[in-house]
Ligand binder design. Structure first.
Ligand code: PA5
Length: 446
């Protein structure tokens, strides 16, 4: 089954189909930039020049990796969210009864309690640690690396090196130096491949391969969407990712400030967080952007959906469903009369009916809605969706006139935290901290 975008309810309420015309008219400008940046190598998430090397270098690591029962990933943001989405979509066994391994643990926070729980329960000899950081200098990841290195070394001495793989820049950064110094196995995060666009590189695919997920299929799916853009940038106007970008920009232009990502493929719920990071960190710039709001069907029908339906009319919605979902067991004949219409139907029929009901309710309540219908929910389909959303994010940023590949605003908090921890070279931040902390507080006890 093909994957489709269903547009009939996308340009509604304050949005008219003609609102996309001035944006589509900019396709020539977008095409030129796309041609320029793909040929200069600045968009490796689209052109995937790293694929051959990854396919050569990752498989030889697998015997060593799969000899371990556990993989512990150290990474944060774009270095963690893709792996988690892929894990939960395609290797959810860890959260289901009777699982006998393998286990993937993703440490993407600096919660000492959680970290201690992991290190005290895991056996170093049965654990492969994968430290993932494009920059090789992210303090959350590095601090975990220092502690885990000690944990491994204490238990196994110099053999600790065989239980650590580094995924980082090929040339620069502290982690690359560490890999060289200790002879650690490593995989590259290529130049220009920013964290949130890197899930389909070693960053997301090494954990996927450990779990036995078909990572080549993820890449194939992504390539099927990227190829027309990379090979014929001049046809960008026909590409669904550009259509999606025009719609997203039109939404923003018409005061829709939030974009719901409503996922009715429950196994893919963690893609909501992945998408939210991709969209927010790429597009929240210069006072512009739409706030991504991840939601999972049907669970969130009973939580935040009330706000979608009856709150401020400031929301558009990407609504995700899939054909061919598992239907599960059927209801028996002893279902009480009040629910007799369920008799003989499979449990899975609820998902389809509730997705339709919610979709219609959103449309009736003023939410422009783009329905993304996946032909199936295998890894190849997921790769295609990820590439569609990454390309759409890029084009939306270009149409907005901002850089969708950087994230300058997050630096301030990092500098202040470093100053707070006593790092050198943050004179201004130290002064700002002192002023902030000296301000009189207004506390209320509860
Ligand atoms: O998308 C991004 O660029 C960020 O979220 C990064 O992934 C995150 O800050 C972690 O960076 P790094 O991979 O350099 O440790």
């Amino acid at each position: 089954m093909p994957h489709t975008l269903e547009w009939s309810r996308a340009y509604t309420h304050r949005l008219a189909l003609t609102d996309a015309d001035p944006l589509k008219a900019r396709a020539g400008e977008v095409a030129q930039r796309l041609a320029r940046e793909t040929s200069s190598g600045e968009l490796p998430f689209l052109t995937m020049p790293y694929r051959a090397r990854l396919e050569a270098e990752l498989p030889p690591l697998l015997p060593q990796v799969r000899a371990c029962k556990h993989m512990l990933v150290l990474g944060i943001g774009g270095s963690a969210l893709g792996a988690r989405a892929i894990q939960q979509a395609f290797a959810p066994g860890q959260d289901t009864p009777g699982h006998t391994g393998p286990w993937l643990w993703i440490a993407d926070n600096v919660c000492a309690e959680r970290f201690e729980a992991l290190l005290s329960a895991l056996s170093p000899a049965e654990t492969m640690v994968v430290c993932i950081s494009k920059s090789g200098g992210t303090i959350e990841t590095l601090s975990q690396y220092f502690l885990v290195r000690d944990w491994l070394r204490t238990s196994m001495g110099e053999a600790w090196r065989e239980h650590m793989i580094v995924v980082t820049d090929i040339v620069k950064g502290y982690l690359r130096e560490e890999a060289g110094k200790h002879g650690l196995a490593s995989l590259e995060v290529p130049d220009y491949l920013g964290g949130r666009y890197s899930a389909l590189s070693a960053v997301g695919l090494l954990p996927a391969a450990f779990l036995g997920i078909d990572w080549h299929a993820l890449l194939d799916g992504a390539a099927s969407v990227a190829r027309p853009l990379a090979e014929s940038p001049e046809n960008v106007v026909e590409h669904p990712s550009f259509a999606l970008a025009c719609w997203a920009k039109a939404l923003e232009d018409h005061a829709y400030s939030q974009l719901i990502f409503f996922c009715y493929i429950p196994q893919w719920a963690a893609y909501g967080d992945w998408f939210a990071q991709l969209w927010a960190e790429s597009l929240g710039k210069e006072g512009k952007g739409t706030q991504p709001v991840p939601a999972t069907g049907v669970t969130d029908q009973h939580s935040i959906n009330q706000m979608f339906l009856s709150g401020p009319r400031n929301k558009g919605c990407i609504f995700l469903t899939s054909e061919g979902q598992e239907q599960g067991r059927a209801f028996g004949d002893d279902v009480p009369d009040k629910w007799s219409w369920l008799k003989g139907k499979p449990f899975g029929s609820l998902l389809e009916a509730e997705a339709l009901g919610t979709r219609m309710a959103l449309c009736k309540n003023g939410v422009p809605l783009l329905h993304v219908q996946m032909g199936d929910n295998g890894p190849r389909a997921a790769g295609a969706l990820m590439m569609l959303l990454e390309a759409a994010t890029l084009f939306t940023g270009w149409l907005m006139g901002i850089n969708p590949l950087d994230q300058p605003a997050v630096e301030l908090g990092k500098r202040l935290a470093n100053a707070r921890l006593g790092a050198k070279g943050y004179t201004q931040e130290e002064a700002d901290l002192a002023t902030y902390l000296a301000a009189p507080q207004m506390k209320q006890v509860f």
